[in-house]
Design a protein around this ligand. Structure first.
Ligand SMILES: [Fe+2]
Length: 307
């Protein structure tokens, strides 16, 4: 049996481009905080209020796998969950843990943690001034949005494989392509369940607007997921998505990803994206062809309604 190549942080090697993020002085190469932040009473109340609001919205919108994970991990016991307790409970289910980081961390460090079944979560929590939308992921996005899915064994394996695949993509300098796959699955993925479409992406489920928009609005495209096509597709990071990709099951997603020959794919991909984020192409299996009205009216900056 070969040794685990991710036991310690690997060296990316020569000619590999990584994000030039400035590492705070108090964290090491792993970017881990020595301990989770001690939250104030008001910060705990922000968690409780965000949690209560999402629970009003999510029934009928969130995937059953997400709701089951939320229930099993009981993230609404009051206040920001304690990562040590959460990790013990999550660890018993799928072997994952949740570890605190100060901010967005470099991709190669993020992938390394995922490859070791550690989920890095933002240590801070948003203030009431940005209750509805934040650009940097905070503890509510990371823990409420991502951790329930990690209680599912198949999705938990997918995330670990994603971390390993990240290192491969990086060595080909094709991180953007793999980033698109993360975006359209882990952050903004939809799944077709027996009762209809549901959302499982953390970017959708940790906020109030997109959980409804992604399933019910006329504007966005909803297209069955094809891994090669998605990895060639651009995405927006600061507005509602013009396109969502839909899977039929998490095991299909796992197999489509793990069994794909990424080396060959990366060699055939250019550094940019082939398809715009609004594109519908000949090979697509389209569930809903969007009007793109929201985008055409100007999107978030214009105050346009998400229709
Ligand atoms: Fe996220």
């Amino acid at each position: 049996m070969s040794a685990n190549p991710f036991a310690t942080l690997p060296d990316p090697g020569p000619g590999v481009f990584t994000a030039p993020l400035q590492r705070p002085a108090h964290v090491g190469e792993d970017w881990l905080e020595p301990a989770q932040r001690a939250y104030t009473a008001e910060e705990h109340r922000v968690w409780d209020d965000l949690y209560a609001r999402q629970l009003e919205i999510l029934p009928g919108q969130a995937a059953s796998t997400f709701l089951r994970g939320l229930d099993r991990l009981a993230l609404g016991r009051g206040g920001v969950p304690d990562f040590v307790r959460l990790s013990a409970e999550l660890g018993a289910l799928t072997g994952w843990s949740v570890v605190p980081v100060p901010m967005l961390i470099p991709d190669h460090v993020f992938f390394w943690h995922l490859a070791n079944r550690r989920f890095p979560a933002g240590n801070f929590i948003r203030t009431r001034e940005c209750f509805d939308y934040i650009q940097e992921p905070d503890v509510f996005h990371d823990v409420f949005g991502h951790v329930p899915m990690l209680a599912d064994p198949t999705f938990a394996d997918y995330m670990q494989e994603y971390g390993r695949a990240g290192w491969k993509a990086m060595r080909h300098n094709r991180l953007k392509a793999l980033g698109a796959l993360y975006w359209y699955t882990v952050e903004f993925g939809l799944i077709l369940e027996a009762d209809g479409l549901r959302a499982y992406g953390a970017g959708i489920l940790s906020g109030p607007a997109e959980a409804v928009y992604c399933l019910e609005a006329e504007s966005p495209n909803r297209i069955m997921l094809n891994v090669d096509r998605v990895m060639r597709t651009d995405y927006v990071i600061n507005d509602l998505q013009p396109t969502y990709f839909v899977i039929e099951s998490f095991s299909e997603l796992y197999h489509d990803t793990v069994e794909r020959d990424f080396d060959r794919l990366y060699r055939s991909l250019g550094p940019g994206f082939t398809y715009a984020n609004t594109a519908v192409i000949d090979v697509d299996d389209v569930l809903h062809r969007g009007t793109q009205e929201y985008l055409l009216r100007g999107g978030r900056g214009s105050g346009s309604r998400p229709v």
